[in-house]
Design a protein around this ligand. Structure first.
Ligand code: TPP
Ligand code: MG
Length: 536
């Protein structure tokens, strides 16, 4: 016989989960025990929000849903940002919280409020666990979290239920549904005719290709049909970025858009492959007119966002969709005017990283020092926009970031979760100084886990992205600059290695040594204030 917590834990194990993150309170002790008993390691973090982002990092490396555990009240509320992030970033995450027993909550108020009401708008589902249905509950939670457009699911588990035996419960199981291809019919025929006729096709690739695991098929399609590819920041590497058809990433950079939009405007076929516009800035609202150009869209879930329109929409597996689209059609030369190749050259020039020192040099030098199979994470801020344009991804899931919610404080925990789940991969986290100061406590988590993650912090004593916007808009300088922290000293105080750098050679050496060390290394890369002016 198993208790409620054990049934949930076994269900999570059956879905491939091997790591859980969180901070316990008295209300979730039996859940923590059950996780470990089921074969899922529990990692103590310093802040629940960071724990949720570590769970995301582990998901990117393994494909299994992330697990976050928090106690009731303050523990539950601390993770709100990470849950909103999982919802916007399409991360399958199971969030288990403890709660007082429902009958007790009627006459007890200490730390008690409605968890599910708080989480309702930012989860795909929120359940109150009940006796007698734990097996079905965890199966539903996993199905909802992983299917269609993935996202977070919350389970509120009353204290006494967690430890109560559940007679008659079956062993929960988990199966992925088989990939769904478009049905034969007039919509598919019309789309195929558009592909066969296209002379200037353009593909926009988004993260659904990555989580459906069909990057290779999308890349093959692009090569066979000579289709230039724009990716979102999250889909970087679906087509290796050294491929001549790779036009780099679009997202938050007006400078990149200046080179990419003319292609969007002159294409005679737009192919959307798992493209989710939640990562994009305003310029990508309604960017094409399906009245004048055929737009074929393959997506994991129906698009009800209203951000763009399409002529032919197919919901299901993107790889299977592209296979059905191309069946029997021959690839041929495209874009006789050479416009995509010219745009690619112009983009490389626009984001040149050949300076001696500065933010672009830092990105460039770390790219040189990090092996091909390395994973980078990046925080939110000016450094992220520049890095997302410069950094070359040889494969998907080699650059992790919060590109939909765009939260600060994500890079360090994402890196911790990724390194734990894939210890053989070199992992580097890039962060701004303000973003790092939000999550400094997690350096202690890194120390305890003995993980050789390298953290590169762009030290400019400024909220550079906001300072730039403030100046551009003509506001007085206010609330965007702050004092310089001695990050190298902080790293040492928290049990790691710390080094300050102001040159390419020192940075390269620090990264190489850090990746081979037995603990974390924090590299404080000093840059000038206002170093991003005119760069993106
Ligand atoms: C949690 C959170 N708070 C506020 C913001 C708004 N914001 C976006 S970038 C940024 C500045 C970040 O500063 P820093 O980490 O130093 O990076 P930099 O811009 O200097 O590269 C701020 C405040 C945000 N995205 N997330
Ligand atoms: Mg800064």
């Amino acid at each position: 016989m198993a208790n409620a917590a054990q049934i949930l834990a076994r269900g999570l194990f059956s879905a491939g989960c091997r790591h859980a993150f969180g901070i316990p309170g008295g209300e979730v002790l039996s859940v923590m025990d059950a996780l470990v008993e089921a074969g899922i390691a529990f990692h103590l973090v310093r802040h629940e929000n960071a724990g949720g982002l570590m769970a995301e990092g582990s998901y990117h490396m393994t494909g299994a849903p992330g697990i976050l555990l928090a106690t009731l009240g303050p523990g539950m509320a601390n993770a709100v940002n990470a849950i909103a992030n999982a919802e916007q970033e399409r991360v399958p995450l199971v969030y288990i919280t403890g709660c007082v027993d429902p009958h007790e909550a009627i006459g007890y108020s200490h730390q008690v409020f409605d968890h599910r009401a708080v989480l309702g708008p930012i989860t795909k589902a929120s359940f109150l666990a009940e006796d007698g249905a734990l097996d079905t509950l965890i199966e539903r939670a996993l199905a909802i979290a992983t299917q269609g457009r993935p996202g977070p699911v919350h389970i509120d588990l009353p204290v006494s239920l967690a430890a109560r035996e559940q007679p008659g419960a079956r062993a929960p199981g988990f199966t992925h549904p088989a990939p769904a291809a478009p049905a034969q019919g007039p919509a598919l025929e019309a789309a195929r005719e558009a592909l066969a006729a296209a002379q200037r096709p353009l593909m926009v690739v988004g993260p659904e290709v990555v989580f459906q695991g069909c990057a290779e098929r999308v890349a093959t399609f692009a090569r066979d049909f000579a289709v230039p590819v724009i990716t979102t920041y999250k889909a970087k590497g679906v087509l290796p970025e050294d491929n001549p058809l790779a036009l780099g990433a679009a997202g938050l950079s007006p400078l990149a858009d200046r080179h990419l939009m003319p292609l969007v405007e002159t294409a005679d076929l737009i192919l959307l492959a798992g493209y989710d516009p939640i990562e994009m800035r305003h310029r990508w609202c309604d960017p094409w007119d399906p009245e004048t150009v055929p737009v074929i869209e393959f997506s994991a879930a129906p698009n009800s966002h209203g951000v763009h329109r399409a002529s032919h929409r197919f919901v299901g597996h993107i790889g299977a969709g592209l296979d059905a689209l191309r069946d029997g059609i021959e690839g041929r030369a495209t874009w006789s005017n050479g416009a995509p190749a010219a745009a690619r050259r112009a983009l490389i020039e626009a984001f040149a990283a050949d300076e001696d020192w500065g933010p672009a040099a830092i990105v460039d030098e770390v790219r040189r020092a990090l092996p091909e199979d390395g994973v980078a994470t990046v925080d939110s801020g000016a450094h992220r926009i520049l890095l997302s344009q410069i950094w070359r991804c040889p494969r998907p899931r080699t650059l992790l970031q919060s590109s939909a919610l765009g939260t600060m404080g994500c890079a360090l925990p994402l890196a911790i979760g990724a390194k734990l789940a894939a210890p053989e991969k070199p992992v580097v986290a890039f962060t701004g100084d303000a973003g790092l100061e939000m999550v400094l406590g997690e350096l202690a988590t890194l120390r305890d886990l003995k993980l050789p993650v390298v953290i590169v912090v762009f030290v400019d004593a400024s909220l550079a992205l906001i300072e730039l916007k403030q100046r551009d808009a003509g506001f007085a300088n206010l609330g965007v600059d702050f004092g310089k922290t001695d990050f190298a000293a902080v790293a040492k105080a928290l049990g790691g290695r710390g080094v300050e750098v102001t040159s390419r050679a020192d940075l390269n050496r620090a990264v190489t040594e850090g990746l081979a060390a037995d603990t974390f290394t924090l590299i404080a890369a000093q840059i000038e204030r206002q170093a991003y002016d005119g760069r993106f």
